[in-house]
Design a protein around this ligand. Structure first.
Ligand SMILES: [Ca+2]
Length: 384
């Protein structure tokens, strides 16, 4: 949320360093940030993160248009920010846009569990029409139009971990919690192809890929810490971002294991049920699914989804759902390795091309969406 001045400060730091290497007033704490060297327009990022617990700290993933903080440049940013306070149960979604005066739409979501006690799968889906935030395969928020339509520039993906000096937002600060760490098992990028998402790359963090990632070495006014490259590490296949006292940078421990999401083909604690929670445009949050978990696909008795404009599948076997919604268009998300079949009441000729026109149905009929097993922990269909 607060990146406003770091480029200006960075420029100032460079100028000062040029005059004398000891002239910089370093902050007493060191934090960490990495960012993709390339920017992408639209797409989906999926990652497995174990946030850090503790008051006064936030574990983050965000999309960032370079130069957003500059005068005369439109700000474009999409955030996932997990609060360390309150046992790490809350996180904030946000879109920041606007020229000169920033427009924000922050919403705080209660995950119902600590996001700092285990890894969870997070996703931001960004298309020309909408932005979605998902946790463990559940749509928690969707924004259609409005600010989503103002995100028109390629953006970097960034992970960072830092202590804002804004206690009303993140809770009071007490440096006795240091050192603290956030962990990322993997991250994937899928591009937007106009009808769905296409897998592009995955980083398992088995090593630090400096072709893909840059490392921050600056700070800004709202940050109690400097971003320090020494607090970025890859250990045992995990990205570790640390927050430490100055002079105590680095991570010498063993990252906690991710038992449910070590590989993309694993059968996911991430998706859990195939329930769906739709949310209307610029919705008011709330994750836990509205429809109950389905049985497995065997019986073809699928849960009913209504008004949600999306339905999710989990990974094992063929799963499906039913809806009586009227559908004028539809697409799929995260369908790598899967096939789709849509019928009316389970009979007639199935539509198997994602996005292809669906047959007419009566108001009492169901569209039945069925997906085959795939390589990723979850997949979804959306419609309008
Ligand atoms: Ca990994």
């Amino acid at each position: 949320m607060f990146h406003s001045t770091f480029h200006a400060i960075r420029a100032a730091l460079i100028a000062v360093v040029a005059l004398g290497p000891l002239a910089v007033d370093a902050k007493p704490y060191k934090a960490a940030e990495i960012f993709t060297n390339n920017s992408q327009l639209y797409g989906k990022y999926v990652f497995r993160m174990r946030a850090a617990e503790g008051s006064g700290i936030i574990s983050n993933f965000f999309l960032w248009k370079e130069g957003s903080e500059l005068a005369g440049v439109t700000w474009e940013e999409v955030d996932i920010e997990v609060f360390g306070k309150n046992q790490g149960r809350e996180w904030q979604s946000n879109i920041i846009t606007g020229l000169d005066s920033r427009v924000t739409s922050e919403q705080v979501h209660n995950a119902g569990v600590s996001l700092a006690e285990d890894y969870h799968t997070y996703s931001i889906e960004w298309t020309p029409q909408w932005v979605r935030w998902l946790v463990d395969g559940q749509v928690v928020r969707e924004t259609q139009g409005g600010q989503a339509g103002d995100l028109i520039s390629p953006a970097q993906a960034r992970f960072n971990f830092w202590p804002p000096n804004i206690p009303a937002w993140v809770g009071p600060w007490n440096d006795s919690i240091l050192p603290v760490h956030m962990f990322v098992n993997w991250v994937e990028y899928h591009s937007w192809n106009g009808a769905g998402f296409t897998f592009e790359w995955r980083d398992d963090f088995n090593a630090f890929d400096s072709d893909r990632w840059g490392v921050a070495d600056w700070t800004f006014a709202e940050n109690r810490a400097d971003f320090a490259p020494a607090n970025v590490a890859t250990v045992n296949g995990y990205l570790v971002l640390s927050l430490t006292h100055e002079g105590q940078e680095g991570f010498n421990g063993t990252p906690p294991g991710d038992n449910n999401g070590s590989s993309s083909s694993s059968s996911s604690g991430s998706s859990g049920s195939s329930s769906s929670s739709g949310s209307s445009s610029s919705s008011s949050s709330s994750s836990s699914g509205s429809s109950s978990s389905s049985g497995s696909g065997g019986g073809n008795v699928y849960p009913v989804v209504s008004g949600g404009q999306s339905g999710n599948f989990n990974t094992s076997g063929a799963y499906g759902f039913r809806t009586q919604d009227s559908i004028s268009g539809w697409g799929v998300s995260n369908f790598s390795g899967r096939s789709i079949s849509v019928t009316v009441n389970g009979s007639g000729t199935a539509v198997t091309s994602p996005g292809a026109p669906l047959p007419q149905k009566g108001s009492g009929d169901y569209y039945i969406f069925e997906a085959s097993e795939g390589d990723f922990p979850w997949a979804s269909v959306y419609w309008w």
